[in-house]
Design a protein around this ligand. Sequence first.
Ligand code: AGP
Length: 615
Amino acid sequence: MCGIVGYIGHREAYPIILKGLKRLEYRGYDSAGIALYDGKDLNMCKTKGKVADLQELLESEISTNGKLGIGHTRWATHGVPNDVNSHPHYSNSGNLAIIHNGIIENYDALKKELIKRGYTFKSDTDTEVLINLIEDVMINQHAKLGKAVQIALNQVVGAYAIAVFDKTKPNEIVVAKLGSPLAIGIGEDEYFIASDASPFIEFTDNAIYLEDEEMAIIRLNKDIKIRKIKDDSLVNPYIQKLQLNLEQIEKGGYEHFMLKEIYEQPLAIKDTYRGRLLVEEGIIKLSGVEDNMKRFLNADRIIIVACGTSWHAGLVAEYIFEDLARIPVEVEYASEFRYRNPVITEKDVVISISQSGETADTLAAIKLAKSKGAFVFGVCNVVGSSIARETDAGAYTHAGPEIGVASTKAFTTQITLLTMMALRLARAKGTISSSDYRRQLQELELIPEKVKEALKADKHIQSIAETYKDSRNMLYLGRGYNFPVALEGALKLKEISYIHAEGYPAAEMKHGPIALIDENMPVIVIATKKGHYEKVVSNIQEIKSRKGKIIGIVTQGDVSVRELADHVIEVPETLENLSPLLTTIPLQLLSYHIAVMLGKNVDQPRNLAKSVTVE
Ligand code: AGP
């Protein structure tokens, strides 16, 4: 998830683009760049770091003149954050400049073709491949820029929002969209392009939001032409009157980044398996695992090290790896592991899980494991972060930037990635039948739609939150795959509402916590159909007989729990090992609504930091 900005018109483009990038920095902040056409030359400046770093550099490096320009603030997916991988990117001739937000899945195959035809590449990005593909079409098919973009995009698999211009024809910009957002601001003899309206809201409130598979050729003093990329058919532009203010736009119209990120999970999960989960072919493609398959298959055990929510994802992974791939797993709090003088051998594989990639305890645990000869594989959300650089190999979750301190979409994308790893290893080890394997891939592909379904209970969950917002304590119970989800639900409530909560394996209740149960104790019980349903129902009866207030997370159409519980929240049915991806959604929303009702600072709760870089 990057931020893109473009301008063509009668004003100086530089100040508009620079301010626009600052407003879009919540979308990505590991590198930035601008390209401006000053009437004669194309001038570009790009750098690793924040937009402020770019500004400092740029004003001493290049002319900032020009009424045509594009800018980008990056959230790396392909190619670590550094100057050369920053955007914009030029074509080999230097005539074309592009900015891109998204992921080109088949960029490697396209790149190999272009190299055969003599193209060279400065960066590791998928974007530089796209701009040279467009140039190649212009040259070999004698196509104009607009047509060449269309032809090239019909060869591309993946997601994109792009803006491209040709310095030899500086009166137009071509933009296109599939999966990533793109808004066009319509001014008097000027046009603005951006990932959302925040860069141009002060200049115009007339905007066109491109739909998927649409492109627009934007020419000065001409009406915009929007076309379908697939068949070049013309689309009637729908100009919207913008109602949102700046803060609202940055949060996508949501009240808090946390709620926005909860609703971003369907796309984040899809982006995390994009180009990796190939259901048709019946394969999972994870190069980090493929390249180190021997280490995984010969491992005595897998040790997972992480903190907080990432540790909970590690617990879910323990169930998956042992259940599907039959590999013994231990899950360690990184802060304990690093000082416990643990027994680690060269036959161990250590998986570190971290959203930020900067958590000090996890980093130290990695260094310790490496010093003892273990192979360390990183699951991380920030490309080029310390943990990504320290590990021997790894795979990125593609959740995009997570701004809210309370982790939500990082958790579900971590589970998605770890599930794909376990399935790939199970396939390699032959511990899963072909039919089960195919079923798993098909069901995983359906998860984004099922998460959307689970999100539809939001209003209902809000009313339950109203009932329990003044509780002093809460208990969360789950069994099997959903025990870690109970822990995660309790953590979410604690960290944003400051209400004390504990998660427990449901059967553990009888060994102590049941003493806490009375009419003032709300108990959230995850009781989905797959797994140990009957046993969970009897745990619910134990709570009920002690007057505990029961909120059941159940499978759609459930009857038994509905008869026992005070409230039920339904989630769609799925395979047991995939159910954490759905059961965690109502728990995120419940804690969110309670915290909002209590007037807490949901995105920046007290005493917490998004990335704990100290021990
Ligand atoms: C979770 O909501 C918290 N923000 C915190 O527990 C977090 O999961 C933990 O600090 C680990 O962070 P990481 O994933 O960036 O390493």
